[in-house]
Write a protein that binds this ligand. Structure first.
Ligand code: NAD
Length: 293
C-alpha cells in the first residue's frame, strides 16, 4: 500500500535517478528536480538503461514497461509542484553548503508537515534538522547503490527525529520492498564510517605502490569473497562523493586516521570520478575494460 500521494526527489544524479526509477516502478508519483534540463534528460536515459539491468537481475519487478514507469515522473527544474508534497528525499551533491541552501529553499515551498529524508553519506541529520521548522520530521535515509537492487536502507535518527516519523518511513520502505536498519546520528553512521575508511586506506596502498588497482580488488574478491573490490566500489559511488565523505569524517572526528589520500584528491581534481565520468581506478569507456579482470 502506498504511504504517500506523491514524493519530491531533489537531485537527479546516481542516487536520485535510481531512486526515482525504484519509486516510480512501485507506482509512486515522483517529482524529480535538478538544476538543468540537460541533467534531467541524462537522468531519464540512465533510468531507461538501469531498468534493463533491473529486469535482468530481479525475478519480480512491479512494472514491466519503462514508459509506464516514466509516466509516473514529473521532471522539473523548479519547485512549482512542491507546494503539496508530503515527503521529500534529497539526494544532491555531498556538500554541506549546497545541501543547506536546498533545505532553505524547500522550507519556503513545501507544506509545514512535510517529512524530509536526507540521503547523505556522512552529513549530520541533526544539523540538517536545525535548518527546518520541524526537525522532528527530518530523518536520514542512506540508500545503497544501485537503489533498485539493494534491499537494505540505513535510516538515521537525528536528535529530534520523532517516533512517528520513524514509523512512517519504515512503513514507506516496506511499501517498496526495502529493509530498514535504524541507527543513531553520528558522522558516517555505521556504513560509511567503516566503508570510507577502508576505501581511503586501499587508495593509500595504491599511492604507496603496494599493488595495482586490479590486484588490490582481486585480493578482496577472490581472497575475502567480496562481490566487488573496494576500488570498483569507489568508482561506482563516485570518487568526488568518497572525497567529500572522508573530509566530513576527518573534520567531524578530528582524527588523522580519516586523512584523505592525496591520490584521491588528485584524481578528483583531474575529473577522474569513476563510472559517472567514464574513468576512475578503472576504465569504463570501452566494453573490454572491466574492473573485474
Ligand atoms: N553515489 C553513491 O553510491 C551514494 C550512496 C549513498 C548515498 N549517497 C549520497 O547521495 C547524495 C547524492 O549522491 P550522488 O552519487 O547521486 O551524487 P551525483 O553527483 O551523482 O548527483 C548529485 C546531483 O545533485 C544535483 N544538484 C546539485 N545541487 C542541486 C540543487 N541545488 N538542486 C537540485 N539538484 C542539485 C546535481 O546536478 C547532480 O545531478 C550524496 O549526498 C551522497 O553522499 C551516494
Amino acid at each position: 500500500m502506498k504511504t504517500f500521494e506523491s514524493i519530491g526527489i531533489i537531485g537527479a544524479g546516481i542516487m536520485g535517478s535510481d531512486l526515482t526509477l525504484d519509486l516510480a516502478s512501485h507506482g509512486y508519483r515522483v517529482i524529480l528536480k535538478d538544476l538543468h534540463p540537460d541533467i534531467l534528460e541524462k537522468a531519464k536515459q540512465k533510468m531507461r538503461e538501469d531498468f534493463k539491468l533491473v529486469k535482468l537481475m530481479k525475478k519480480e519487478i512491479p512494472v514491466k514497461d519503462i514508459d509506464q514507469v516514466l509516466s509516473n515522473v514529473v521532471f522539473t527544474t523548479t519547485y512549482d509542484d512542491f507546494y503539496t508534497v508530503p515527503f521529500v528525499i534529497e539526494n544532491i551533491t555531498e556538500n554541506w553548503e549546497a545541501k543547506k541552501q536546498v533545505y532553505l529553499e524547500l522550507k519556503e515551498h513545501c507544506p509545514q508537515d512535510t517529512i524530509y529524508g536526507v540521503n547523505t553519506s556522512c552529513i549530520s541529520i541533526t544539523k540538517v534538522g536545525s535548518l527546518l521548522p520541524k526537525p522532528e520530521n527530518v530523518i536520514g535515509m542512506h540508500f545503497m547503490n544501485p537503489v533498485p537492487l539493494k534491499q537494505m536502507v540505513e535510516i538515521i535518527k537525528g536528535y529530534y527525529t520523532s517516533e512517528q516519523t520513524i514509523q512512517t518511513i519504515k512503513n514507506f520502505l516496506e511499501s517498496i520492498d526495502k529493509k530498514p536498519v535504524l541507527v543513531n546520528d553520528s558522522p558516517g553512521f555505521v556504513t560509511n564510517r567503516v566503508l570510507m575508511l577502508m576505501i581511503n586506506e586501499c587508495i593509500w596502498a595504491i599511492h604507496d605502490q603496494v599493488a595495482t588497482p586490479q590486484d588490490l580488488d582481486k585480493i578482496f574478491r577472490l581472497g575475502f569473497s567480496h562481490k566487488m573490490g573496494p576500488l570498483a566500489t569507489a568508482d561506482l559511488i563516485g570518487l568526488d562523493t568518497i572525497l567529500h565523505s572522508i573530509e566530513v569524517l576527518y573534520e567531524s572526528f578530528n582524527d588523522p586516521k580519516y586523512r584523505p589520500c592525496p591520490l584521491l584528491v588528485k584524481m578528483v581534481d583531474a575529473g577522474l570520478l569513476g563510472k559517472k565520468s567514464g574513468k576512475g581506478f578503472f576504465d569504463y569507456t570501452t566494453a573490454l575494460a572491466q574492473s573485474t579482470k
